[in-house]
Design a protein around this ligand. Structure first.
Ligand code: PGA
Length: 255
C-alpha cells in the first residue's frame, strides 16, 4: 500500500496575539519552504485567520479553523459558518476536538452535524476522536472510538467523505506532557482504519490520513510517527514557536 502523504497540523488554540500569529506564520513560511513531502497546516483563532491567510498566501502551508457552526447562515449569534471560513481561505477545520467535547459540552450528535457542515462548505474536516483516561482504564477505548466514528460518519458515503482526516487524540495525553506510547497510538490508528473500512469503505480507509495528537514534541515525534499507521500529527503546545514545531514537521519527513 502506498504510504499516505503526512500532515502535520498546528492547533494554536486560544493563544497568540495578532502580531504573534503573523510572526509565527511568516517564520514557518520561511523555515518550511522546501519541505514538499509533508503537508503542513496551522489553525489560528478566528480573529486572526485573515491575517494568517495573508501571510501564507502562495505558500504550501494550509490554513484551518478550530471549529465551525452547524448552520450555514442566519441568526446564530457568535457562530462562524463553514462558508465564512472558506471565504477567508481556510481549507481545513477541526471538528470535535476534545476541548470542545469536554469543556464546551459537544456531544457525538453535534460533532456529526458539524462534520456535515464542513463537508457542505467544501472544507476538509479533521475529525478528532479519543478516549478519556477513565475510559481507557475501564478497557473502553475501542468502544469509544467506534461510537465517535460511527455517529460522525453515519449515512455518509465514501465519496462525501473523500479527503477526510481523523485525529486520534487520547484526552489524557492532550496538554499533559504524557503522550501515548508508539504502540498505543499504532493500535488505536489501526482500529480507526478498520472501523472506517467496515462502516464506509476499504478504499476510504486506505486513503485516510490518521494523525496522532497529544503532547507531541520534537523529542517524541520521530518515534510516534514511525508507524505506517500514523500519518502525521496534530500539535498543540509545541506548535506555538517555529523552533518547537519545525522539527516535528521534519520528523514526519524523516520516517
Ligand atoms: P498538545 O495538544 O499537543 O498541547 O497536547 C494537542 C491538541 O489538543 O490537538
Amino acid at each position: 500500500m502506498p504510504k499516505r502523504r503526512p500532515l502535520v497540523a498546528g492547533n494554536w488554540k486560544m493563544n497568540l496575539s495578532r502580531a504573534g500569529c503573523r510572526g509565527l506564520a511568516a517564520a514557518l513560511r520561511t523555515r518550511l519552504a522546501s519541505l514538499e513531502r509533508v503537508q503542513t497546516a496551522v489553525f489560528p483563532a478566528f480573529p486572526y485567520l485573515v491575517d494568517v491567510a495573508e501571510v501564507l498566501e502562495g505558500s504550501a502551508i494550509a490554513l484551518g479553523a478550530q471549529d465551525l457552526a452547524v448552520q450555514d447562515e442566519g441568526a446564530y449569534t457568535g457562530e462562524v459558518s463553514g462558508g465564512m471560513l472558506r471565504d477567508v481561505r481556510c481549507r481545513l477545520v477541526l471538528v470535535g476536538h476534545s476541548e470542545r467535547r469536554y469543556s464546551m459540552g459537544e456531544n457525538d450528535t453535534l460533532v456529526a452535524a458539524k462534520l456535515r457542515a464542513a463537508l457542505r462548505a467544501g472544507l476538509t474536516p479533521v475529525l478528532c476522536v479519543g478516549e478519556t483516561l477513565a475510559e481507557r482504564e475501564r478497557g473502553e477505548t475501542f468502544q469509544v472510538l467506534e461510537r465517535q466514528l460511527g455517529t460522525a460518519t453515519e449515512g455518509l458515503s465514501a465519496r462525501e467523505l473523500d479527503g477526510l482526516v481523523v485525529a486520534y487524540e487520547p484526552v489524557w495525553a492532550i496538554g499533559t506532557g504524557v503522550h501515548a506510547s508508539p504502540g498505543q497510538a499504532a493500535e488505536a490508528h489501526a482500529f480507526v482504519r478498520e472501523v472506517v473500512s467496515q462502516r464506509v469503505s476499504r478504499e476510504l480507509a486506505d486513503a485516510l490520513r490518521i494523525l496522532y495528537g497529544g503532547s507531541v514534541k520534537a523529542s517524541n515525534a520521530r518515534e510516534l510517527l514511525a508507524s505506517d499507521e500514523v500519518d502525521g500529527a496534530l500539535v498543540g503546545g509545541a506548535s506555538l514557536t517555529v523552533e518547537a514545531f519545525a522539527p516535528i514537521v521534519e520528523a514526519a519527513i524523516a520516517n
